[in-house]
Write a protein that binds this ligand. Structure first.
Ligand SMILES: C[S@@+](CC[C@H](N)C(=O)[O-])C[C@H]1O[C@@H](n2cnc3c(N)ncnc32)[C@H](O)[C@@H]1O
Length: 188
């Protein structure tokens, strides 16, 4: 019994979906680098000929991510909000990931916000190449989280079915407002 697999958490499910989709040499975006775990994962997915472009509002997050990824040449970090991502990325990208909320171990009041998140998501679907994948993990346990989560979910639900497939993954019976994952595929 001890070795039976557990259902993946939303963050793990996001990594599974991203790893299936990303090819070596791809360019991808980490819209919220935080402590750098997702950036490191993406850097391994794209390999040395690919590129991860990362964003965070907090200098400490950029610093932590730089440390975690060991200054890899395939990681480019911008100390800037993800709502500005179109100032830095022009070509279509294979995948984009958002991990909303606050920096674990950091300032709990410096959180992603509904308006800038929606702006960034709208820009992201434009930047995504055909067949590309956007993942969003939304946390709804902190102040402002439920409003942001609802807005993101409403936005994703409104995407045109002819051009996008949208799926949602979450635990249904957990206490304490568990996070959920949205996976958005731009149809080829
Ligand atoms: C849940 S953490 C990300 C965790 C990260 N993906 C990891 O693997 O450690 C959310 C991050 O979003 C950042 N953030 C908040 N608003 C932002 C914005 N407008 N643009 C980019 N990052 C933002 C916060 O500073 C925080 O570091």
């Amino acid at each position: 019994m001890g070795n039976l697999p557990k259902l993946p958490r939303p963050t793990e499910m996001a990594h599974r979906l991203l790893s299936e989709r990303i090819q070596k040499g791809d360019t991808v975006i980490d819209a919220t680098v935080g402590n750098g775990y997702d950036t490191l994962f993406l850097s391994n997915c794209v390999g040395e000929n690919g590129c991860v472009i990362g964003f965070d509002l907090q200098a400490v997050a950029i610093e932590k991510t730089r440390e975690r990824t060991g200054n890899r040449p395939n990681v480019i970090l911008h100390h800037s909000g993800h709502e500005t991502l179109d100032n830095f990325v022009a070509a279509p990208v294979a995948a984009i990931t958002f991990n909303l909320g606050y920096l674990p171990g950091g300032d709990k009041y410096l959180i992603t916000g509904k308006a800038s998140t929606l702006t960034a998501l709208q820009k992201s679907v434009t930047l995504l190449k055909a067949g590309g994948l956007l993942t969003v993990v939304a946390y709804i346990g902190h102040e402002g989280g439920p409003e942001e989560g609802e807005a993101v979910s409403d936005w994703a639900s409104s995407l045109d079915q002819d051009n996008f497939s949208v799926a949602r993954y979450e635990f249904q019976n957990q206490k304490n407002s568990p996070p959920f994952l949205l996976a958005i595929e731009k149809r080829p």
